[in-house]
Design a binder for this molecule. Sequence first.
Ligand code: RUQ
Ligand code: CUA
Length: 668
Amino acid sequence: MSHDSVSAGADREGSDSSGQESTLADHEAQLNAVLADVEGSSADDEPISLELPGLGMNRRDFMKAGAAVGTVSALAGCASLTGGGTNTQTTSGDVPDHTVAPGEHDEYYGFWSGGHAGDIRIFGLPSMRELTRIPVFNREPAKGYGFDDETNAMLEDAGGYTWGDSHHPSLSETDGKYDGNYLFVNDKANGRVARVNLKYFETDAITNVPNVQAVHGCCIQSPNTDYLFANSEFRTPLPNDGRDVTNPEKYVSVFTAIDPESMAVRWQVQVDGNLDILDTDKDGRWAISSAYNDEEGVEIEEMTRDDRDYVKAFDVPAIQTAVDNGEYEEVNGVPVVDGRRDSLLNSGENPIVRYIPTPKSPHCVEVEPNGKYAMVAGKLSPTVSIIDIEKLASEPDPAKTIVGQPKVGLGPLHTTFDDRGQAYTSLFIDSQVVKWDIETAVDSPDNSEDAILGKIDVHYNPGHIQAIQAMSTEPIGDWLVVLNKLSKDRFLPVGPIYPDNDQLIYIGNDKDDETGGMELVADHPVYPEPHDAIFATKDKIAPAKTWDKADYEGEKEYVSETNSRVNRIDDTTVEAYASVKRSEYGLRDFTVKEGDQVTLTVTNIEGSQDIVHGVAIPEYDVNLALAPQDTREVTFRADKPGVYWIYCTYFCSALHLEMRSRMLVEPR
Ligand code: RUQ
Ligand code: CUA
């Protein structure tokens, strides 16, 4: 075994064929084309070239046949030609107003993952106004998240990391419809998943998934949220405890099933290749995952060597049966089923994992609202592969489950859907959104552009794309948001780290024009780096307006005004209890001794909504935020003698500034 690392190196050299070099050259060329676009606004005398070297085709090849106007508008989208973008879009007049009048509400909730900011952001649609943020993997002072004992312990128990990388938000469903109970999201950075309780818009659980390093794909199981699924993207030894570090062929990638109520890991499946992004069918059978690096390389040249990669379709009931039958190995307390290609469990007529060949390095899987097809965007191939989900069970040859492969444009990454059988795919390299008809694509020959209904320029280099309720069985088909990775010239410059640009597109009009009726309506700068989003009609979400103390009864004391008090437990332990309301704390002051461990329990006894109080203790790093009827606890050591003014951080009344208490720390 010890020679494996040597042979891995030898393999790499041996396989350094010219084909591989040209793959890399293609990547370089595409990247350069993108970068040229980025620099375009200041590099005015750069020759303008639309050639995409290495692919032997130019952008025009991908335009809808005969759509000359589209080509012109594609050029207009290129900063090197215009020398600057504009935020003003002229719509055709039959697009509804996306602005929302003062005092009016939006129609839809939008839940954005915040990327390596680690949070979830809530926007109203179509106005795109930011309503709030929900800290998840990040401590956040405005909401006191990570500062009170409970949320601090949750973050510590989940690994104690100071940050996370939230990518894929998923809303819980009942009967294939969003039920407004939970939102789940992954942490790509530290292999975790979290649950946000949508009653309180607060993170209430984080699971540090064993045996995985980076959770990338993450989604609930439709239609009834029986599982939360998570894909590990990075291949590692199993377990990753120092064994096999120099034997990359022993690294594996793992698919994980988590109980959404307890958030406990139920079982895992190890597979060949890197897992990536994930969606489920609508019937609770298949979880379908994109994957790359079936070469199982550790370097980019190796990862992109072959022309094929394999999407993995996990047969969830079959895996469950294998687990029930004890057909697994336990690793770090988790049953791990062998789903590798040559596993016994994959050898019969009903493999637990189907390996479906696609063009190399596909990026995503999105199942359309009817649950008939799963779309796999090509990323390095200009196509989307359409998997017929029914065929996953009946078709013996996995390759034949792919029933369509339209050519959509360069760098397809993600697909979303309207309510009329049409799909919208983001094109990273082309900086466009392409609209296409799903059944036409199935009926047309592979690589044909027959299904394409139109393309629209976006600004610039889109990743995720999402339409209202497109991940459920109830798509709406009016608005779509495309999450562009680069904003370049679209906004006032704010220093070298730019905002992203999430653009709002109206898709409610099907037209026979170059964009297929898509109209770009608004630019929306966003703090780095939103990754993905999911949208629900406002009637699906019913947040609480104040806390219900029954929800924490037995865990924390509700401190009434008359029950504010200080208890000395022993020589070095003090418990202080205080109510808080406009404009006073139940304790005007309290005294502790230097070195005491102090647990402060505070209840906001306000009954009226939107009256939040804070508890800040300067120089003690104490910061609580208390919504009405909420109680929080914080424990700290009073190690600095002196007078400490406790103040309220939320401007709650005319006497907000006078609203104080004192902690008196007597020297020992
Ligand atoms: S991946 S830009 Cu983390 Cu969602 Cu496709
Ligand atoms: Cu309470 Cu300010």
